[in-house]
Design a protein around this ligand. Structure first.
Ligand code: NAD
Length: 300
């Protein structure tokens, strides 16, 4: 008897993002009729090309959704004190419900100090310790955008989480650690048994082979191959890796998973690009609308 391979389902981010944006447009209209236009202040330090693209795309998405967005650009050698002063000013500026500082920051700037300076009620990236602490406690206010977007993809495509063995590759504060908290929590899109792997994990494949749900957020292109996963695994590929090539753009984007080699083994996988990527900006919009709603509710 021959066993035919399953067809791996593609978990595209765009339809999920569109559904969320359509719900948000009603909330935005309601806020506007109450005199509030959700506003985002984006802070961009230096000339990093990827950061410039990210900030431009975020600003575009906000304007398209009928929200307000302004980008504050600072030179790569800006003194830290000047950046901290800008954050203080934005904390007080009533036009902005959310503040986003595009990472990474130049080496002479202490990233933690900058993040800690953002008022928690405007921390729409969800990186401030108050917001991360609330997340860990199970009472989140702002969930970091990429992990939140991943939950929305799982929910949209009805990928089961409860009772499954989830394995996360990467322990960053912006992806791996918040996801660990979310997936292990006793909640609708939690209740998984979660393993968090990182650079000091010996024999990565030992862990990835146990995964029913595998989330790759290592920033290592093609780290996960077909021989490292079990039949029927659901894979979320968070990686966005720029690979230099001879195309007019000079590069292409790949994920952390060797997409071709998991075909027919994985039950499903998010494509790169077009999977988690479109969700991150959408969840930033979601958090900024939430910040504006929080303010509206506190005033009424
Ligand atoms: P990071 O560099 O801060 O963290 C990477 C993590 O991966 C580290 O914790 C490290 O321990 C772990 N790691 C590295 N090599 C490993 C290996 N060989 N085995 C096991 N673990 C390993 O990165 P990050 O900011 O968390 O981002 C991770 C990836 O996700 C990057 O490619 C990034 O571009 C991408 N990303 C995408 C989105 C999106 O919107 N799709 C958002 C954020 C990050």
């Amino acid at each position: 008897m021959t066993i035919s391979a399953v067809e791996t389902i593609l978990l595209a981010g765009k339809p999920v993002a569109a559904e969320i944006k359509s719900g948000l447009s009603r909330s935005i209209a309601a806020l506007k009729s109450g005199g509030i236009t959700p506003g985002l202040a984006a802070v961009l330090v230096g000339e990093d090309p990827a950061s410039q693209i990210y900030v431009r795309n975020k600003a575009k998405a906000f304007v398209k959704a009928g929200c307000f967005s302004e980008t504050f650009r600072m030179a790569g050698d800006v003194p830290q004190a000047k950046l901290l002063q800008l954050i203080e000013d934005l904390n007080r500026d009533v036009r902005f419900h959310g503040i986003l500082v595009q990472l990474p920051l130049p080496d002479h700037i202490e990233t933690k100090k900058v993040i800690y300076r953002i008022a928690p009620e405007k921390d729409v990236d969800g990186f401030h310790p108050v917001n991360l602490g609330r997340l860990l406690e199970g009472v989140p206010n702002f969930i970091p955008c990429t992990p939140h977007g991943i939950l929305k993809i799982l929910e949209h495509y009805r990928i089961p989480v409860k009772g499954r063995q989830a394995v996360i590759l990467g322990r960053s504060n912006i992806v791996g650690k918040p996801l660990f908290a979310l997936l292990s929590q006793k909640s609708k899109y939690g209740n998984a048994t979660v393993t968090l792997c990182h650079t000091a994990t010996p024999d990565l494949a030992y862990f990835t082979r146990q995964a029913d749900l595998l989330i790759a957020a290592s920033g290592v292109p093609g780290l996960v191959t077909g021989s490292m996963v079990k039949q029927g695994v659901d894979i979320i590929d968070v990686g966005i890796n720029r690979i230099a090539d001879s195309s007019p753009k000079g590069y292409h984007i790949t994920g952390d998973v060797d997409f071709e080699s998991v075909q027919g083994i994985a039950n499903s996988i998010t494509p790169v690009p077009g999977g988690v990527g479109p969700m991150t900006i959408t969840m930033l919009l979601y958090n900024t609308v939430k910040a504006a709603q929080n303010l509206f509710e506190s005033q009424n």
